[in-house]
Design a protein around this ligand. Structure first.
Ligand SMILES: Cc1ncc(C[n+]2csc(CCOP(=O)(O)OP(=O)(O)O)c2C)c(N)n1
Ligand SMILES: [Mg+2]
Length: 364
């Protein structure tokens, strides 16, 4: 597409109903969670630019309200699948920030023992099932998990997060179709941050009100304001109730991605005006104002919460920096569920056929 082509308006007016107001403690918990994710992500971005974190690194900046509301509505034994933009969800799900940061650093005390990195965190204890780098790759797996729960008559639900761009992947349609046919206990959540890399929802989706796509599968769905944690929480509770009763659900949470697609993306496709306007879309600032007006937050409390978050993130960084690198010999551990004596367990540089001297890295 030519760079000069005017981009369409970002999205139609929000159709989400306003959230019911939540008790003071719950709204404070939302706020703390949002600030913590923000500070964690900002620190991760800094560590990345200092070359302490390698590989890809996608941040939840701008999605903090969605993170807080979604996770608060889940039961501890529900399963969560995400895409690669996952740090905030891992933290909110209760994985220690030290282990999340150590994973970003690729260290052995990380959630995935340092072998997964930013995109591939996995923690069975908190039923955090990853962390997937292939767009849409998590959908068939999450749907399969929901089928397993149904088969065992379990009471848990599966929550499968994805971005707006993911709704144009074939696996989206295949998964929703089967979930609806089989009445699986799953909530598909579209975290609509307006962009798939640099492409807007309107440029890529013929039906840009993404929650409406569920209609093709006779699946209930709703759109909520992803900048309001209480709205997300309400919407998710409704969705989970339906899913547990065997009625899968599609929830769309609309927010903005405040920075580039990943840490290395300067987001040049955004005009200066758009970048400026984004400041007004900051869910944390907006929620602080709202809670201030309700008398839940004071200036002192705002400063205290922020200070606590910064200190906790600093401890996570210290832990990550002190954690050892994983042993190279463990490189292929966890690649397969069972030991598989095959070629891929050989380390780089090792001879393929040791008995044939001098032949290294060739295939028969
Ligand atoms: C199957 C596949 N195609 C393309 C890519 C490259 N890619 C990585 S992220 C991305 C955009 C996804 O956008 P969205 O689903 O909205 O998620 P967001 O990054 O906004 O969280 C693309 C196309 C990929 N990782 N996998
Ligand atoms: Mg997106």
């Amino acid at each position: 597409m030519p760079a000069t082509k005017a981009r369409p308006p970002k999205r139609p007016a929000r159709s989400a109903p306003p959230a019911r107001s939540v008790p003071k403690e719950q709204s404070l918990a939302f706020y703390r969670q949002m600030v913590f994710v923000r500070r964690f992500e900002e620190r991760a971005a800094r560590a990345y630019t200092e070359a302490k974190i390698g590989g890809y690194c996608h941040l939840n900046l701008g999605e903090e309200a969605t993170v807080a509301g979604l996770i608060a509505a889940m039961a501890p034994d529900d399963y969560l699948f995400t895409n690669y933009r996952e740090h905030g969800y891992a933290l909110a799900r209760g994985i220690a920030p030290e282990r999340v940061m150590a994973e970003l650093y690729g260290r052995s005390d990380g959630v995935s023992k340092g072998w997964g990195g930013s995109m591939h965190m996995f923690d069975l204890a908190s039923r955090f099932m990853g962390g997937y780098g292939i767009v849409g790759g998590q959908l068939p797996l999450a749907t399969g998990a929901a089928l397993a729960i149904d088969y065992r008559d379990g009471g848990e639900a599966v929550v499968c997060l994805m971005g707006d761009g993911t709704t144009n992947i074939g696996a989206f349609h295949e998964s929703l179709n089967l979930a609806a046919l089989w009445g699986l206990p799953i909530v598909y959540v579209v975290v609509n941050n307006g962009l798939g890399m640099g492409t807007t929802v309107e440029q890529s989706s013929a039906e840009p009100e993404l929650y409406k796509r569920a209609g093709s599968y006779r699946m209930a769905s709703a759109r909520v304001d992803g900048n309001d944690p209480a709205a997300v929480y309400d919407g998710m509770r409704t969705a989970l109730l339906a899913a547990r009763a065997g009625r899968p659900y599609l929830l769309e949470a609309v927010s903005e991605r405040l920075k580039g697609h990943s840490v290395v993306d300067p987001a040049r496709y955004r005009s200066r005006e758009e970048a400026e306007a984004l400041k007004a879309a900051d869910p944390i600032a907006a929620y602080a104002v709202k809670l201030h007006e309700r008398g839940v937050l004071t200036d002192e409390l705002i400063a205290e919460i922020d200070g606590e978050a910064i200190a906790a993130v600093a401890r996570a960084v210290e832990f990550a920096e002190g954690s050892p690198e994983p042993e190279v010999a463990t490189l292929f551990d966890y690649t397969y569920a069972t030991p598989v004596p095959n070629d891929s367990r050989r380390l780089p540089g090792e001879a393929l056929f040791p008995e044939v001297s001098g032949v290294s890295g060739v295939s028969a």
